[in-house]
Design a protein around this ligand. Structure first.
Ligand code: FRU
Length: 518
């Protein structure tokens, strides 16, 4: 990304004023010009009405509203001077597009960050009757970067007194300076109940740094983690740190999410995680191996909601990859978010596994199309006609580990998901899935080792939208998310038994997924 920053600096100077003028477009206007109807436009995932989007930011639930802020460039469909775009929702599925929340200012562009409700008005930016929403984000100062300095990333604060409708910049910005690290960004702030303190997780190139505060405005360094742990193929970005209960036990552990770019298992950007402990000062983990939240190429910079009403941990990721994010074949907008996913922690064969699985509310979008149970002999194939395969969910349970699912359309395009029991491997092949020639690695076959998949029946769930596929194996123990750009909707599903024993598929449900933009 850094390479393009220089280029956009000049564009920024030209356009910075213009950004502020961007008028708010109403939902009615959007409909009139056919927004959300374009080729490849996701029908049940969030995508911005128009222009460029990357990371989700400031995920916060407050007073019945889930806020989704996001890295946004309102003047082009490639990355540019960053703002925070904004959308709100009651269920994280049906979104209302809101005006831009944060604009660049004299301290720099507005990079990724988080938001909290300052319930006790510790910051003094609101009142105890009307506590402020406080957004903490990274300022990226292009002029300083251009001048060759390393202190161009600092942290800033903005606050809202009307539940996110409008924000004011804190006059004392920036609140956390930096003299040591070129990369010093993406603050995730949360309230640490045990120590009664605000904690900020921040990344600095190759490691995580933790800071504490009593008022969200003055921050003190506490500890660092990770220089020699986990994957380091690229710079660390977008940390998140939170506690989860291990399913079926009283044990509680902390999970740390770290996005890295490049260095993901299937190339480019990806999100790894660590399971460990946080004592109010330091995070530690004795995890030996690298672990990935998602093995597909297109789930990056994902973070979780603060303050969910039932305490659940809900994740949203950016469904793209820096390797080709700017080149994907859309014209009005660029890129979408993953489905909102519930994170849970499970101990499987003595290993802590962070599961990510679509939130239960997704069920409200499903309309049953077909349910069938089939037994396919070795080498045999079953074919199922689909009404609108590119807006569908497929769900079944099986004990088999050797099978092939091929989604086909009338253009001869296909998307193939294969499970190989002897190799303990899942592969996703989008090499013939439609438009792939915008970048040379896009057609590469993606692999996901299934080393720790338990024996017996497991659920497999696949969501296909106009330009994405999300595969969840065993309730989100193994996940692959990828973009695909088929020219037509998938109209057939072929299931092949690639094993040596009969393939039993129980209650294969094919469901239409209702669009959320009507
Ligand atoms: C991750 C990232 C962040 C940064 C933002 C800039 O995709 O590079 O580290 O804050 O995007 O848009």
């Amino acid at each position: 990304m850094k390479r393009i920053l220089g280029f956009y600096f000049s564009v920024f100077l030209l356009l910075f004023g213009a950004c502020k003028e961007t008028p708010e477009r109403t939902e009615e206007m959007n409909k009139e010009i056919g927004l959300y109807q374009e080729p490849f436009r996701p029908q049940y995932h969030f995508s911005p009405p128009e222009k460029w989007m990357n990371d989700p930011n400031g995920l916060l639930y407050n007073q019945g509203i889930y806020h989704l802020f996001y890295q946004y460039y309102p003047d082009d469909i490639v990355w540019g001077p960053m703002h925070w775009g904004h959308a709100t929702s009651a269920d994280m599925l049906h979104w209302k597009n809101k005006p831009i929340a944060l604009y660049p200012d004299k301290n720099g562009l507005i990079f990724s960050g988080s938001a909290v409700l300052d319930v006790n008005n510790t910051s003094g930016l609101g009142t105890s009757e009307n506590p402020p929403i406080v957004a903490v984000f990274t300022y990226h100062d292009m002029e300083k970067e251009k001048a060759g300095r390393i202190d161009f990333q600092t942290q800033g604060v903005a606050y809202s007194l009307d539940n996110g409708e409008s924000f004011s910049m804190y006059v004392g910005n920036p609140v956390l300076l930096n003299t040591e690290f070129r990369d010093f960004r993406d603050p995730k702030v949360f309230w640490d109940e045990k120590k009664e303190q605000w904690v900020m997780a921040l990344v600095a190139g190759d490691h995580l740094r933790l800071y504490r505060s009593d008022n969200l405005l003055e921050w003190t360094y506490m500890s660092r983690f990770g220089e020699r742990l986990g994957a380091h193929g690229g710079v660390w970005e977008c940390p998140d740190l939170f506690e989860l209960q291990v399913e079926g036990t009283e044990e509680r552990k902390w999970a740390l999410l770290i996005s890295i770019n490049p260095g993901a298992p299937n190339g480019g950007s990806g999100t790894q995680y660590f399971i460990g402990d946080f004592d109010g000062v330091s995070f530690s983990s004795d995890q030996k191996e690298e672990k990935w939240l998602d093995w597909g190429t297109d789930n990056y910079a994902g973070v979780t909601y603060n303050n969910t009403p039932d305490g659940s941990r809900i994740f949203i990721g950016w469904m793209s990859n820096w390797a080709y994010a700017r080149d994907t074949p859309t014209e009005v907008w660029r890129s979408a978010m993953t489905l909102p996913r519930n994170l849970s922690l499970s101990k499987i064969n003595d290993s802590y596994e962070l599961l990510n699985y679509p939130v239960a509310a997704v069920a409200d979008l499903l309309v049953e199309e077909t349910t069938l149970s089939v037994t396919i002999p070795p080498g045999g194939m079953e074919s199922i006609g689909l009404e609108n395969g590119s807006q569908s969910e497929f769900k079944f349970t099986t004990a088999a580990r050797d099978l092939m699912f091929t989604f086909k359309n009338s253009k001869g395009e296909q998307l193939v998901l294969e499970l190989d029991g002897s190799e303990k491997l899942a592969t996703l092949d989008r090499s013939e899935s439609g438009v792939i020639d915008f970048e040379e690695t896009f057609g590469s076959i993606q692999q996901m080792p299934l080393d720790n998949l338990p024996e017996g029946l497991v659920e497999i769930r696949i969501f296909i939208d106009a330009s994405s596929v999300e595969v969840f194996i065993n309730r989100g123990q193994y996940v692959m998310t990828a973009q695909v750009f088929p020219m037509n909707s998938f109209s057939d599903l072929e299931i092949v038994n690639s094993g040596t024993t009969p393939l039993k598929i129980k209650d294969l449900q094919v469901n239409e997924v209702l669009g959320v933009w009507e």
